[in-house]
Design a protein around this ligand. Structure first.
Ligand code: F7E
Length: 319
């Protein structure tokens, strides 16, 4: 039986990847941070099938112990301080977890289980102020947030460990990916949850930031398959994972409100507090390499993704 160790198991991607690996017959180990309140909603339905190990990306000794206890064939590093907006008020914490945390995990693997295959969750935020459009694996990075800068470090240290120590280390440069399990702060879920709350009469207004920002949004359930595929190849490599289509935040708002029979102009208010100190204006990925080499393709369209999320949230509020 193959064994996988995962960080970020309680997050959106961790929950979908854990489902996929359990389906494939893996034994799944999940690194779990100590928190004062439990946050395992996303994996409630599979929690008895996962073996949890206590640890934190900023504590190398805990990662070494986790690797020793699990002796994994595959390691997926999905844990991070992943909310871009919070990386300005918490830049050092973000650098420690999202950046140095990758190095800690690589060190634990190098010292204890160098034959394990390693996946790093890199991000389209590394492209930031984009040097070319669409963005591909060779597009230069220009991060626009402490989060993006930390991810650039995580990406290059992964490449460096592959080249220095011959680790089977891959980096997936994933563009935005969403689902009904997305955290409530991220714009897609904030909008679909807001639509449902408005429909249920719980609020009238939805306060948002920059409506002109463009993102390449896909479905998280599709994207975790690409992660797994990267670790099944003969050689380790880096891949862009994206849909190849881009939409504005305004597009997202229009689709979500219309799906619930609401007029967005009656509810959406632009608020300065949600504008970022430096914005990533446009992201659009070129997923050709993943298509060709991994045989990977996104299955869920942007419209269907937003509708899926609106319907989930409407149900949540009894609509
Ligand atoms: O923002 C704009 C905001 O917070 C998307 C993370 O998973 O994907 C995610 O990062 C856009 C930005 O995601 C609001 O300014 C407008 O332009 O949903 P988001 P993100 O920052 O793109 C990448 C790939 C990651 O790696 C990250 O971990 O939407 N926007 N108004 C807003 N965003 C938020 N959150 N809230 C607003 O009210």
């Amino acid at each position: 039986m193959k064994k996988a160790l995962m960080t970020g198991i309680t997050g959106q991607d961790g929950s979908y990847l854990a489902e996929l690996l359990l389906d494939k017959g893996y034994k799944v180990y999940g690194l779990k941070r100590r928190t004062s309140t439990e946050n395992i909603e996303n994996i409630m339905h599979i929690k008895n099938e996962i073996e949890f190990l206590s640890g934190d990306l900023s504590d190398l000794s805990s990662l070494i112990q986790a690797v020793r206890a699990s002796r994994p064939d595959e390691v997926y590093n999905l844990g991070a301080q992943s909310f871009v907006a919070d990386s300005w008020p918490q830049p050092v914490y973000t650098a420690e977890v999202t950046g140095l945390g990758v190095l800690n995990m690589l060190e634990a693997v190098r010292q204890e289980q160098p034959g394990a295959r390693f996946y790093q969750a890199s991000s389209s935020e590394m492209f930031g102020k984009v040097a070319e459009t669409p963005q591909r694996e060779t597009t230069p990075f220009y991060p626009r947030s402490p989060y993006g800068a930390a991810k650039v470090f995580g990406h290059w240290i992964t490449v460096n460990y592959r080249e220095s120590y011959d680790l089977f280390a891959c980096s997936g440069i994933l563009f935005n990916h969403e689902s009904p399990r997305r955290g409530i702060q991220f714009v897609t879920r904030k909008v679909t949850d807001g639509v449902a709350r408005i429909k249920a009469g719980l609020q009238k207004e939805l306060r948002l930031g920059n409506l002109e920002a463009k993102r390449d949004w896909g479905f998280a359930g599709d994207y975790v398959e690409a992660m797994w595929l990267m670790l099944q190849q003969k050689m380790p490599d880096d891949y862009v994972v994206a849909t190849g289509k881009t939409h504005t935040v305004k597009n997202l708002v229009e689709i979500a409100f219309a799906h619930a029979g609401l007029k967005w102009e009656d509810h959406v208010v632009q608020a300065a507090e949600f504008m970022r100190p430096a914005e990533v204006d446009l992201l659009l990925g070129n997923p050709q390499k993943a298509k060709k080499k991994l045989g990977w393709e996104p299955k869920v369209s942007f419209e269907d993704l937003i509708k899926m999320m609106v319907e989930h949230d409407l149900k949540k509020y009894g609509q």
